[in-house]
Design a binder for this molecule. Structure first.
Ligand code: SF4
Length: 317
């Protein structure tokens, strides 16, 4: 990793393990440990925000440069030595513990909350880069599950062969579908590869065969891809996911250099779009969080508690 890139990341409160893995304390984990608010996934799936390890095993590569992405972009590099999963997880947890030390003396933080935050039980594999390019991802997932940690994996869908090769699947697999058609995809995701759209469709075709919870995330940006629910429904029907998350773009991080506040869809728009999309794919609005501009679509009565959904893989419950 370029030392300049490493220091840029560290200035932005990333902590690096080896030459390719990183952790960063999530905004919502900070809110949660101080007893204020928590992220929408706590409401939707029962995770505990301050016990979440927001990480990536592969900060070195991404096939997209999405206009709406809040992360650092365009610094791809070759990794010559990959960390072993156990060592990487130990290192990331240790770095997270160092990131929260400042909260120990904070009067808003109870000893219980601090103790919980020191022992993460949820891993959000979504911090930056394309995590699926980490060569030992199956073993990493096994190690997390062996320690009783639930796992959310977010992929942009352009690595179907890697997804197919996983012999351990995350508790919840997210595929981001940020366009209803190929032309819009090119503008929204600015792919670095020529066959990105074909690869995403291949991933969607693969999803029904995967034995885990699958969620399609539509990140919607006003003025770029926030239209054509029929086009999104056509893709969602291919994937036949358990759940769908239409989510409005939020003006944060690196995306502020490319977009503006005007690109953030109002929550009412997201809710109307979701209701229409739900009717097209046979799903209903199960939950919503207006401050996070997100809606959860699914079949009424479906189990959403991730610990119950993933009980078959979690060795420690
Ligand atoms: S699930 Fe995502 S939003 Fe929630 S605490 Fe973890 S990283 Fe943050």
């Amino acid at each position: 990793m370029d030392p300049k890139y490493r220091s840029l990341l560290e200035k932005q409160q990333y902590r690096i393990c080896g030459d390719h893995a990183a952790v960063k304390l999530c905004h919502w984990a900070k809110e949660s440990i101080t007893g204020r608010r928590h992220c929408y996934k706590q409401d939707f799936y029962g995770i505990v925000s301050h016990r979440c390890l927001q990480m990536t095993p592969a900060i070195n590569e991404c096939s997209h440069q999405c206009s709406f992405c809040w992360r650092v972009q365009g610094r791809d590099y070759e990794v010559t030595e990959w960390m072993e999963p156990k060592d990487m997880l130990d290192c990331l947890i240790e770095q997270q513990r160092m990131l929260i030390t400042g909260y120990k003396g904070d009067s808003r933080v109870t000893p219980e909350a601090f103790e919980e935050a020191s022992n993460p039980d949820q891993v959000a594999i979504s911090l930056a880069g394309e995590p699926i390019t980490y060569p030992y991802l199956s073993d990493f997932l096994k190690e997390c599950h062996r320690r009783g940690m639930t796992t959310f994996l977010v992929t942009n869908g352009t690595y179907p062969e890697r997804l197919e090769a996983l012999d351990e699947l995350p508790c919840q697999l997210y595929v981001t579908v940020a366009a209803p058609d190929e032309k819009t995809y090119a503008e929204a995701c600015r792919p670095k590869i020529d066959d990105g759209w074909e690869r995403i469709v291949k991933t969607l075709e693969l999803l029904p065969s995967l034995d885990t919870r699958t969620v399609i995330r539509h990140t919607l940006v006003d003025g770029i891809n926030f239209f054509d629910p029929e086009g999104y429904a056509k893709l969602d029907k291919i994937a036949d996911p358990d759940l769908i998350e239409p989510k409005g773009y939020v003006f944060v991080g690196g995306s502020r250099q490319r977009l503006s506040m005007a690109n953030m869809p109002p929550f009412e728009g997201i809710l109307n779009f979701s209701t229409e999309l739900g009717e097209l794919v046979g799903m209903e609005v199960l939950k919503e969080r207006s401050d996070s501009r997100v809606v959860l679509l699914g079949t009424p009565g479906v189990e959403t508690d991730i610990r119950k959904v993933c009980a078959d893989r979690l060795k420690v419950n």
